[in-house]
Design a protein around this ligand. Structure first.
Ligand code: TXA
Ligand code: MG
Length: 317
């Protein structure tokens, strides 16, 4: 069931049920973060392996102290600058957070999302919400209530419909390394450039991306559409796959070619924020077209473009 009844969503969550919630990045599949059984249901519904930990969402920085050992120094500066917003910060957890939420880690990923309905919901609740993106494991993330309905409609008690997600790619995940330097585990809505003024340096990407990466969601194959996606130089790709029915995803300009059934342009005015907003909708649309292959091109590798290219990379076969 889909609707905009925040009270009903709260009631379901208090009962330990799963509710899909809108955020500015993507929709989340939420449950009471203090309730082990409720959290277990998230992993079951998503078919997500339990080694992949969940982000915990709350409404106020004061509340973060109730389930972590606190936030201070440079991380607090990042939090006060970017929260509510698309930044997730790893903090030492306290006993309120079951190890299932963090996949056994002593650190919990925390964020205050920037969506009026979800903030109202979180303020209403006595507990924070554990929520991964509301898609099946490994599939394309949802940026509309309809996307959630398509993949998880049967498995959630309620979908809180907050419209289209404004940012469109997931939050940036950061952690403080032992040497006091902040590093990025996943590029997202807050770019490295945006953190520069606060940190005095541009945080670097921490890159261990093997079988067991530091943010386990950074597994290489992720965001996979149902139809194979290839990424690269469009003209060469079109030549290579000219015998196939193609859905083409381009950044700012359309490209005509006999094998292209549909060309989705992410931002006609070449705006990276608009492209981020459109990205997952484009992938959802492309995988529902009657085509054999999706060809996509990279966007400029700056600002939020880095997060867009990261998702395209992971979506590619
Ligand atoms: O924008 C977002 O972050 C969205 C919305 C719903 O908030 N959430 C989201 O969740 O993208 P998910 O589960 O799809 O991705 C969370 C990522 C995964 O890569 C996971 O491995 C990592 O965060 N993560 C979560 N907790 C962690 C922890 N304690 N330590 C390291 N990585 C963690
Ligand atoms: Mg996800």
């Amino acid at each position: 069931m889909t609707g905009n009844d925040i009270g009903f969503a709260a009631q379901k969550l208090r009962e330990g049920a799963l509710v899909a919630i809108p955020t500015e990045t993507v929709y989340g599949l939420a449950a009471n973060a203090f309730d082990k059984e409720a959290v277990t249901r998230i992993f079951e519904a998503k078919q997500r392996p339990q080694f992949n930990p969940l982000i915990v969402h709350t409404s106020d920085i004061e509340r973060v102290n109730s389930f972590t050992t606190g936030i201070s120094g440079v991380l607090e500066q990042l939090a006060t600058t970017f929260w509510p917003g698309p930044l997730t910060i790893l903090l030492p957890r306290n006993h309120m957070i079951h190890p299932l939420v963090t996949a056994g880690s002593d650190f919990v990923a925390v964020r205050i999302p920037n969506h009026p309905m979800t903030l109202a919901l979180l303020r209403n609740l006595e507990f924070p919400l554990a929520a991964p993106s509301a898609n099946l494991f490994g599939r394309v993330s949802p940026t509309t209530a309809a996307h959630v309905e398509e993949q998880l409609g049967e498995k959630v008690s309620y979908i809180l419909d907050g419209g289209n997600c404004a940012v469109g790619v997931e939050s940036t995940i950061v952690k403080l390394k032992n040497d006091g330097v902040v590093s990025i585990l996943r590029p997202g809505g807050v770019s490295a450039e945006m953190m520069h003024p606060i940190l005095g340096y541009e945080p670097e990407f921490s890159t261990p991306q093997g079988d067991r990466p530091e943010a386990p969601g950074m597994l290489k194959s992720h965001y996979a559409p149902k139809i194979p996606l290839v990424l690269g130089e469009v003209a060469a790709m079109l030549e290579k796959y000219k015998q196939q029915r193609v859905c083409l995803i381009t950044f700012s300009e359309g490209i005509a070619h006999s094998s292209v059934i549909r060309n989705i342009i992410l931002s006609g005015r070449g705006d990276l924020h608009e492209a981020a907003q459109q990205l997952f909708s484009a992938l959802h649309e492309a995988e529902n077209e009657d085509v054999e292959i999706i060809i996509a091109e990279r966007v400029p590798e700056i600002g939020i473009g880095i997060a867009i290219n990261d998702r395209l990379e992971r979506a590619s076969a």
